[in-house]
Structures are given as C-alpha cells and as structure tokens.
Design a protein around this ligand. Structure first.
Ligand SMILES: [Zn+2]
Length: 353
C-alpha cells in the first residue's frame, strides 16, 4: 500500500478512536488504554486557548497552536495530508523569517516538512519529538520556481544528500555551498536552540564552514536527517509548562562527539539475549504526558484552520485530494525522521532529541 494512502487510513482510524475517547474524557471517564498517539493523531484542530507548550520536545503537547500557511512568498508546505503544519506562534514566525531570509544566502525558498499536530503530542508515524510545537523539519531540496500542486507535495521524493556507495559521506554532486549557508542561517537565530543534521552533513560543515564557528555548536549530528534538517527553538519566555533542554556543550562540536558517529558503535545491532524475546515497548498513554495535556485534549477547538493561520501572503494551494494517478517513486512516502530500514538498529546512545 502506498504510504500516502496508509497515512490517510491511519489518520481516519485515529479519528474514529479519538472521538469516543474525547467523549469519555468529557464525562470524566478517560480511558488510558488508547495510545496517546492515536488520540492526538486524530484531532483536526488546535484548542482555542493561549499558546502554551507543555512538557518536553519528545513528551508533551501544545495548546493554542497556529498553522503555517500552505504557501508563502518563499515557502511551500509539504505532505499536507499529514496535518502537521501546527506550532507555537514563535515556531511559525521563525519558519517565516527563515523563509524570508533564505534567498539572501542563495536558497530560493523552503519546502517545509512536519511541524506538529494540531495539539502536538506523540504521532502515529515519523517522529520522537515535534510534540510541543517547537520543532520543524525543512527539506534539503530547494523550493522549485513554481507552485507545487497538493498532489506533488505528497509525491515529491526525498533526496538524500549522502552517497549510496560510501559510508556516511556527503554526495559532492548534490551538496552545494547554499545548503551549508541555509543550515547555518537557521542556526544563527538566537531563539534556535539546536539544528539536527546527519553526522555526514555535520562533518561537511566542520570541514568547510568559514563563517562564525561558534554557531556550529548548535548543529547536532543525529541519525537520518540526510534529506531534511530539523530546527528546534527554545522554550518561549514565560512558558512555565515547557521543559527546556540543556544547552549544547560549548565549542563547535567538531570533536570526539562527532568522530563517534564514524565508528561502528552507533550503527551496531543492539546485543540481545536470543533466549529472551525483546520486551515490547510500552505504549505512551495520555497519563504519561504532563497533566495539562488531558486538558489540552478536552479543550474546545477553534472554529477553523483559517482563523489561526499565521502570516502567509501567497495564494494557498488547492486542497489536498488524493488521486489515482501513477504511483510515486519508492521513497515518496518515507516518513521523515525514521531511520531507513537498511541501516542497522542503533544502540542506545547519548540522545540529543
Ligand atoms: Zn524533525
């Protein structure tokens, strides 16, 4: 089954599950048996409330999220069917600022990937973080000089910047100085806390970046992230429920912590006892999230997306309508942030996300 279709089916299933859950939640008999990702994945609109992230990037939710318009003068949002263009107003503003500044560094415009779900929370597929409206993915493919149709935004394949025939090496035929300038531009905003890229991309920047080296420390190596990079902003000032992440260590990060990625260790299969089956990871329930997240789920919705869409200034793309056209290439629906299957399962590691 095409992943695009699968994503839609997952969302429909999630909506079917979320609706009765929310009724139970209204009556005070919230069930904990339903995984949080199904509940959050099934909600179409944000809560009508002041914007507030609750919890941590990889465990939380957001109230009062706003939407990135599908189109701006120098951006186009991708994979619209996922309904993940939602974020804290500061995240959406940052994306619009980055899109505005990108042409100055030779990048024509942004293809924007996932931000968060309307009320944040865990997702059915794709990400560990992106839960509190303060994370966003940006493609390492420049925006084309025409408006993509909604269908094209579903089908456009991801382009990895890595060589397929060589371990952890940026493909010199694909990588350009404007890729580097765009990533470093993203890192330059004071509200940006971290930028995640593939270790090979971090190494490329370490080897070639001649601008402000102190900003390189914000650019953190991590699995995947070879066709997109990930921008994370700090907890907004005054957001009491938002759990901050420790600042990245001082220095440019072009050190042992990067060299580790080029050893076998991070890519080795975890050692398991063949006699004991691996324990099934426990599903995250709503009660595992900050207490405020139940209230976020129960809160009334805004009336419509357009009511809480921030900025814009370009004609939005026609609504997403699945077609029966030729199937997309194999990579088209690959979820962002998921480690490709051919890479061995990594060991537990000093996690950054
Ligand atoms: Zn991401």
């Amino acid at each position: 089954m095409r992943l695009r279709t699968k994503t839609r089916l997952i969302r429909l299933a999630a909506i079917a599950i979320a609706a009765p859950f929310l009724m139970l939640a209204e009556s005070g008999k919230a069930t904990e048996q339903v995984p949080a990702k199904q509940i959050f994945g099934g909600i179409e609109l944000p809560s009508r409330a002041a914007p507030a992230p609750y919890g941590f990037y990889s465990k939380g939710c957001i109230s009062g999220a706003v939407a990135l318009p599908t189109d701006g003068p120098t951006w186009q949002a991708m994979r619209l069917s996922r309904n993940r263009r939602w974020g804290h107003p500061q995240m959406i503003s940052l994306l619009e600022q980055l899109a505005h500044d990108a042409p100055k560094v030779g990048w024509p415009g942004l293809l924007v990937g996932d931000v968060s779900q309307p009320r944040g929370g865990p997702m059915m597929n794709g990400h560990a973080s992106h839960q509190i409206g303060l994370d966003a993915d940006i493609w390492l493919t420049p925006m084309p000089d025409r408006q993509l149709s909604a269908q094209e935004r579903e089908d456009l394949p991801f382009t990895s910047m890595l060589r397929k025939d060589k371990f952890l090496t940026v493909d010199a035929r694909l990588w350009t100085p404007s890729h580097a300038r765009l990533i470093m531009l993203a890192a330059s905003y004071p509200q940006v806390e971290r930028v995640f890229v593939n270790p090979a991309i971090k190494k490329k920047l370490c080897d070639t970046w001649t601008g402000d080296r102190s900003l390189l420390g914000k650019v953190r190596p991590i699995y995947g992230h070879d066709a997109h990079f990930h921008v994370r902003i700090k907890c907004p000032v005054g957001a009491g429920g938002c759990k901050s992440q420790a600042a990245p260590p001082p220095g440019d990060g072009c050190d042992k912590s990067l060299a580790w990625w080029f050893t076998a260790e991070p890519w080795a299969k975890p050692k398991t006892d063949p006699k004991k089956p691996a324990p099934k990871p426990r599903e995250i329930g709503v009660s595992d999230l900050p207490k405020s997240c139940l209230a976020v789920l129960k809160a009334p919705s805004v009336a419509s997306e357009s009511e809480v869409t921030l900025g814009g200034g370009a004609t939005p793309v026609a609504a997403y309508a699945p077609s029966t056209a030729a199937p997309p290439t194999a990579m088209a629906g690959q979820p962002i942030d998921v480690t490709p299957e051919e890479i061995p399962i990594p060991l537990p590691r000093p996690l950054d996300r």
